[in-house]
Design a protein around this ligand. Structure first.
Ligand code: SIN
Ligand code: CO
Length: 381
């Protein structure tokens, strides 16, 4: 199991002074770090339809970006190009292990593990990201420059590449295998690989109010909520027909606010919204479905493992009712199943001890077997 080694400061110090505040290099954050996937296997994944990937290079000094799937890489030559593959933790259990050392940040903030393979001189150019990222250096050396927050112009260097102007570096380092560079959102940065190299980026995404409101609107429409009409009985005589006066404005705001004040509605929205995945999952449905009893029996021998990238959460406002949210759906198992629901969401692997008594509940056992049959959880051989 990968362990994060902090030698210059404690985790508490990192969270208080760097997380979401400033970039920092964590030298040898992973001791003896080895690539969690080979460049060949990464290149193979980028040939798959369901996997999101991009190839970035320069031609006649102009930035170019191509979107996968790719058929072959021969035409790209020996240097100057980078292959970036998104959500590799969904496709490789070994890569999914890289999420575990970052468990000090909740999973609802996690985005994915993006991996890049670059040939000498390769990089994606100077840019700004909207997420926090821990860039873990795998094989090879890479030169990184990070600039400060500020007014950085952004522009499309290519239709699929948003770049920023050259910037002054506040961090200018060469990363070696096992080193980690943490960059919060908004800091311009650029990595240029010095030799064939692999970078493993664990990304954490935050949502804007506009993202959340649009998600809430979708949720409210889907679930047919918030249908109560705005009412204004005993309205006083209006004098300025064209005016939305202050008491009407208060009424409109109150109508909107009533949704946000509904704790259960917002809990169900947050659970469903954050448990949806952005990229496809590698769901291996069983050819021969198991019954609930067979699942309970198998759990006596083998651990039940959550498929990489599958998101499941509980929210304090509803967990007492045994409610959890899995891959965008709400499941309610009742108060007696609260501990099982918490175990299901908190742990990537579940043992017989953790689920045994909950599996006596027919509805829960049936749902777990449906999840196993659909490939959401699988038995470790
Ligand atoms: C890369 O790994 O090539 C790009 C990572 C980044 O700068 O976000
Ligand atoms: Co970046």
């Amino acid at each position: 199991m990968l362990k994060l080694n902090l030698t210059d400061f404690s985790l508490e110090h990192f969270m208080a002074n760097y997380w979401q505040q400033k970039p920092v290099v964590i030298r040898q954050g992973f001791g003896n770090f080895e690539d969690l996937i080979s460049p060949n296997d990464l290149a193979g994944l980028a040939c798959e339809e369901e996997v999101e990937s991009r190839l970035v290079y320069k031609k006649d000094d102009q930035w170019q970006a191509e979107v996968g799937p790719f058929e072959s890489y021969e035409r790209f030559g020996k240097d100057g190009w980078t292959l970036v593959v998104q959500a590799v933790n969904h496709w490789s259990p070994e890569v999914a292990e890289l999420v575990k050392p970052f468990a000090f940040i909740p999973k609802w903030r996690l985005d994915d593990v993006m991996i890049s393979y670059a040939t000498p001189g390769g990089g994606v150019g100077p840019h700004i990201d909207l997420y926090d990222v821990f860039i873990c250096q795998g094989s090879g050396r890479r030169h990184w420059r990070v600039g400060d927050l500020g007014e950085h112009r952004q522009f499309a260097a290519h239709a699929a590449l948003l770049h920023t102007d050259p910037f002054e570096a506040i961090i200018d380092v060469e990363l070696l295998p096992g080193d980690i560079l943490y960059i919060p959102p908004g800091f311009p940065h650029e990595g240029v690989t010095l030799e064939e190299s692999m970078s493993f980026s664990v990304g954490f995404r935050a949502k804007s109010a506009s993202d959340l409101l649009s998600g809430l609107a979708d949720h409210v429409i889907d679930k047919e909520l918030g249908k109560t009409l705005l009412t204004d009985p005993k309205r006083p005589i209006h004098t300025h027909q064209g005016q939305i006066n202050s008491s009407d404005f208060t009424l409109i705001k109150a109508q909107l606010q009533s949704l946000l004040d509904d704790e259960l509605l917002v809990a169900d929205f947050a659970g469903s919204y954050f448990s949806k995945t952005k990229c496809a999952l590698d769901l291996q449905a069983l050819d021969e479905p198991l019954t609930a009893t067979e699942v309970a029996d198998a759990l006596q021998q083998q651990a039940l493992v959550r498929t990489g990238g599958l998101r499941c959460f509980y929210v304090d406002a509803t967990v007492a009712q045994g409610v959890c949210y899995v891959d965008g759906e709400r499941y309610a198992f009742g108060p007696a199943l609260q501990a099982a629901v918490i175990a299901l969401c908190d742990h990537d692997e579940l043992s017989h001890d953790q689920l045994h008594s909950a599996l006596q509940d027919a509805a829960f056992a049936k749902q777990v077997s449906e999840w196993v049959n659909a490939g959401f959880w699988y038995f470790q051989d």
